[in-house]
Design a protein around this ligand. Sequence first.
Ligand code: SF4
Length: 287
Amino acid sequence: MSFTSMKDMIQRAGEESCTLWEIIRKEDMLERQVKKEESMEQMYSLFEAMKEADKSYNGNQRSLSGLSGGDGSKIQQAIQKGIMISGDFISKVMEGAIKMGESNACMKRIVAAPTAGSCGVLSSVLLAYDAFYHPTKEEITHALYMAAGIGDVISNRASISGAKGGCQAEIGSASAMAAGAIAVLRDGTATQICHSGAFALKGLLGLVCDPIGGLVEVPCVKRNVIGAVNAITSTDLAIAGVESKVPFDEVIDAMAEIGEAMPCAYKETSQGGLAMTETGKHYETMK
Ligand code: SF4
């Protein structure tokens, strides 16, 4: 896709008297030369793949390093015991995010959104929303378009790569995508969608990429929870009428600037942060 700003996306949607997700769909149809039905089916198939990935989670499985696995089951059991204080919906999101992150660490099939490391953010939010609010297939598809459109703007304007922009570019972008998606599911206006994304990304600005042993496991798996929950609270803020003082496009620019200035030690090189803690070094030597 070729969206370089949310402002441009809103303008194009206004010119064609359609919603943001519709203009994103039109762009997809044009770019891939596909009909509306094909575009929508393909988009929805991503949600089906997310559902499959969630279903195929195996709590007994461990990653090769032994760093990941089993925590999704712990959350699931804690929910069943009624000992979580986060509430049913947020707890479900937490469970889904951890499970997806662990599945990725165990090399299972996941949906990168925007990256494999951040695969649990959008998926957990959508899967929990589906379980609690039962949206239609079309509504889920609209939300996916919105997420894709936001991811497109961020990748064209800044980056979605931890190696280029730190974890803010991965988990931060995923969180903004999920916030926009949920805002669509909640009938948010284009302005509210932008505020949702802006809040989500703002909250994670400066987040460094410091994976232990260079593996997408620690802190990656749990950061998916942070990104997912952040997306939900960000959307709630926007739907409640709270406005981001800094427009979404400018927040994305700030992320790009921070990513540029971020030392290489914090951009997927595992030369700083958690990777260089005593524990991090211990796992490095075990590789
Ligand atoms: S810490 Fe790095 S590798 Fe892990 S999720 Fe964040 S950006 Fe991806």
